[in-house]
Design a protein around this ligand. Structure first.
Ligand code: CP
Length: 311
């Protein structure tokens, strides 16, 4: 494993298999009454979040706590960042306090990479601008492998606002790496011009893509990142690209419906579709804790500790 996890480019196929296999042990820990192992006792993990988050921040916090690490949650609001402190000075402060790992979410692409220049601890990218969100991709791979048992030639479509989606980039890169057959679909205005270079196919017609899928992965329309009007109206988007009940009927039996969250029910996915048994969003969240435990454990060298031991 690389020293830091900044993008899917930092992990090989062998690393991915090791991360997912290790996560399987930790998934079992999450089913115990006492969901804790002593693997990272004495280590300090800092969650440094400059952007809003529900799933990723709580998931990393739980992951670190279940490994018995000390956890510091640090957000831009309520800290000296609000008084103008720079990322560098914040990083040096955390370094001086002995952070072994820093989990960073930032609105600027490349901020996690910049952080690695200033700190000795490991850096994990929890989402940087429209660049990457590698831990989301790894938890999605875990969920797909657990449900469908393979990646090779699996037909996956990532549908929606791909242009502004760090999840789409990380997930497409990861799926291509493990041998899946990936299609990016959505309105032409929301498909990045360089998408074909990712090793994926591109489609602007969701109805043509759906009948061929093993996994239908939906993305939120990220209106907060859009600087112009990319489609006429939300209603029009939902009509042409949203996963409605009628469109679910076009999916092959056994196909999974996935979404990284947060969902906009009624836009990219109908509310009742989000609650179908084949929609595995809650599993994605649960698996995310195990995958992040695995990453912290492997990256912080918890190898000397017993994965299976109770605290
Ligand atoms: N999937 C995801 O990154 O969700 P949050 O923004 O809530 O962390």
């Amino acid at each position: 494993m690389n020293r830091h996890l900044l993008s899917i480019g930092d992990v090989t196929v062998e690393d991915i298999v090791r991360i997912l296999d290790t996560a399987e042990s930790f998934r079992e820990v999450g089913t115990r009454v006492i969901k804790k192992v002593p693997a990272l006792r004495g280590r300090t993990v800092v969650n440094l979040f400059y952007e809003n988050s529900t799933r990723t921040r709580i998931s990393f916090e739980l992951a670190a706590k279940r490994l018995s690490a000390d956890v510091i949650n640090f957000s831009a609001t309520g800290s000296s960042i609000a008084k103008g402190e720079s990322l560098k000075d914040t990083a040096l402060t955390l370094q001086a306090m002995g952070a072994d790992a820093i989990v960073i979410r930032h609105s600027s692409a490349g901020a996690p990479y910049t952080l690695t220049k200033w700190v000795k601890g490991r850096v994990l990218n929890a989402g940087d601008g429209t660049h990457e969100h590698p831990t989301q991709a790894l938890l999605d791979l875990y969920t797909i492998r657990e449900r469908l048992g393979r990646f090779e030639s699996l037909r996956v479509a990532i549908i929606g606002d791909v242009l502004h989606s760090r999840v789409a980039r990380s997930l497409a890169f990861a799926l291509v790496k493990v041998g899946a057959d990936v299609t990016i679909a959505g309105p032409p205005t929301l498909i990045p011009p360089d998408a074909p270079a990712w090793g994926v196919q591109v489609s602007y017609d969701v109805d043509e893509v759906l009948p061929k899928l093993d996994v239908c992965y939906l993305l939120r329309v990220q209106r907060e990142r859009q600087r112009q009007q990319y489609f006429p109206s939300v209603r029009e988007y939902a009509r042409l690209f949203g996963l409605t009940r009628d469109r679910v009927e076009m999916l092959p039996e056994g196909a999974l419906i996935m979404h990284p969250g947060p969902m906009n029910r009624g836009v990219e996915i109908d509310s009742d579709v989000a609650d179908l048994p084949q929609a595995v969003m809650e599993e994605q969240v649960t698996n995310g804790i195990a995958v992040r435990m695995s990453l912290l454990y492997l990256m912080l060298g918890g190898m000397g500790s017993e994965v299976g031991g109770d605290d």
